[in-house]
Design a protein around this ligand. Structure first.
Ligand code: TRP
Length: 456
């Protein structure tokens, strides 16, 4: 059957797909974003909601993206068109693919800014800037670098941001497996090992007990409507869901690979990395005067240098750590462009290299806005993370659960009856969609509730 391979290439093994998808999932979302939004949202309760969203919304949606991708074997836009037609749905479902392409560009535009910070920090660390540094020093260093406002042009930030965009476009241009294999096969395990080492080190020199309590002690009073939405949005963001990245990767998965097992593996890996990042950072934060959990996007850039600064060989280890984080960001960034690339290649039969220049330039232009303006960055982050990704995920769940012919789903999952089928159906038809809608509606409901109370 011609449909059994994708024209864009195929993963050479099941393992490689898991690595690539995990490479997409594990990135700045785990190491930079998870700790800082957890810090801003007061810890435990937020973490619990996040974990629930991963399990009950993220996992089913990930399975849906993989199976849709593999059933269609094309870019998300054309896959949605093809599957919707075959199942008697309308052409409107391609909108899911289009929205994903736009979301991918928007996310990459600010993702590359943060990745640029990481690149800059490699050199700061390697140069010994932070040897013996305290929280005051790391905080000041960060704002001197990234805290400038117009009309000052942050040239260094702009430079590293540009380097990262260029690297991303270059790798995507080389195609799915050639550019990617090495990065994910070798560098991700090393990153993981170093992260564990960092947790142990933080436990020795920092306040591990306080960090543990902060992350895992449930305190409902700290939960806000916005925090719940943030947790759900982040579940999509960290698993790379809701915009077709995993669907695009799913198109290159060989038949006979279990969708359930791979999705579960990726979700677990991703979650473990995020929790480790939290356990590496918060012990330092709580033991260092001048640092605070709610510091926002600057959090890891203020806390990790303190840890490395107090370590023998810290300049070296710190630089290596940030190099690995940069690679983790790169393997995520390329998945943000893959849906657009696959589509353009299908539609216009252009070369990936040609697309790279145009796509890279477009992302760069958009990202300059985020380089020079923090509010702009925050706005793009909000639009994608709290609106577009959950909405995309909702539509994907509805499509897989209600529109796609059962025969297609069953063929992809490898089961069509029994408890597995029941769990799957309930999850994708009811739990995930209702979960997303409920979280969307929650701020609204609280607002109305407060309004009524204020009136009475
Ligand atoms: N998941 C990645 C991270 O946590 C970011 C990312 C890559 C992403 N591809 C995506 C987010 C697709 C949303 C959608 O860093």
């Amino acid at each position: 059957m011609a449909d059994d391979v994708s024209k864009h290439g195929m993963w050479s093994s099941r393992m490689l797909f898991v690595l690539a998808a995990a490479g997409s999932a594990v990135g700045l979302g785990n190491i930079w974003k998870f700790p800082y939004i957890t810090g801003e949202n007061g810890g435990g309760a937020f973490v619990l909601v996040y974990l629930l969203c991963i399990a009950f919304i993220g996992l089913p949606v990930m399975m849906a993206e993989i199976l849709l991708g593999r059933a269609g074997r094309e870019s998300p836009i054309n896959t949605m068109r093809k599957l919707a037609r075959a199942s008697g749905g309308g052409n409107d479902w391609t909108a899911v693919g289009w929205m994903g392409v736009v979301a991918g560009f928007l996310i990459l535009s600010f993702y590359a800014v943060i990745a640029g910070w990481v690149l800059h920090y490699i050199f700061l660390l390697a140069g010994g800037t932070f040897t013996g540094a305290d929280g005051d020093f790391t905080t000041k260093t960060f704002s001197a670098f990234a805290g400038q406002t117009l009309p000052n042009i942050p040239w260094q930030e702009l430079f590293w941001f540009t380097v990262f965009i260029a690297a991303t476009a270059y790798i995507v241009a080389r195609g799915v497996s050639r550019g990617l294999e090495m990065a994910v096969r070798w560098l991700m395990p090393v990153l993981f090992t170093l992260l564990i080492g960092l947790v142990v080190y933080a436990a020795i020199v920092g306040d591990f007990a306080a960090a543990w309590r902060f992350l895992f002690k449930f305190d409902a009073s700290r939960l806000t409507a916005d925090g719940v939405l943030e947790a759900m949005g982040h579940a999509f963001f960290t698993l790379s869901l809701g915009m077709g990245a995993i669907m695009a990767y799913g198109a290159y998965v060989p038949a006979r690979v279990s969708v359930t097992t791979t999705a579960a593996t990726i979700a677990v890996l991703d979650t473990v990395v995020a929790l480790c990042a939290g356990l590496a950072i918060f012990p330092i934060v709580f033991a260092t005067p001048g640092l605070e959990a709610g510091a926002g996007p600057a959090l890891i850039f203020q806390s990790l240098p303190v840890a490395f600064g107090g370590l023998k060989l810290g300049a070296l280890v710190g630089a290596v750590f940030f190099v690995l984080v940069a690679f983790a960001a790169l393997t995520s960034a390329i998945s943000l462009l893959e849906p657009a690339f696959a589509f353009l290649v299908e539609r216009y039969n252009v070369k990936r290299g040609q697309v790279a220049i145009v796509a890279g330039a477009a992302c760069w232009l958009l990202g300059v806005g985020s380089v020079v303006s923090d509010p702009f960055l925050g706005w793009v982050d909000f639009l994608t993370g709290k609106i577009m990704l959950p909405l995309g995920g909702l539509l994907i769940a509805l499509f897989a659960g209600w529109v796609l012919a059962k025969r297609v789903v069953a063929e992809q999952l490898g089961f069509a009856e029994g408890w597995k089928w029941i769990v799957w159906s309930v999850a994708i038809r009811y739990v995930a969609p209702i979960g997303v809608v409920a979280v969307f509606a929650y701020p609204l409901v609280t607002a109305i509730h407060e309004h009524l109370h204020a009136g009475s």
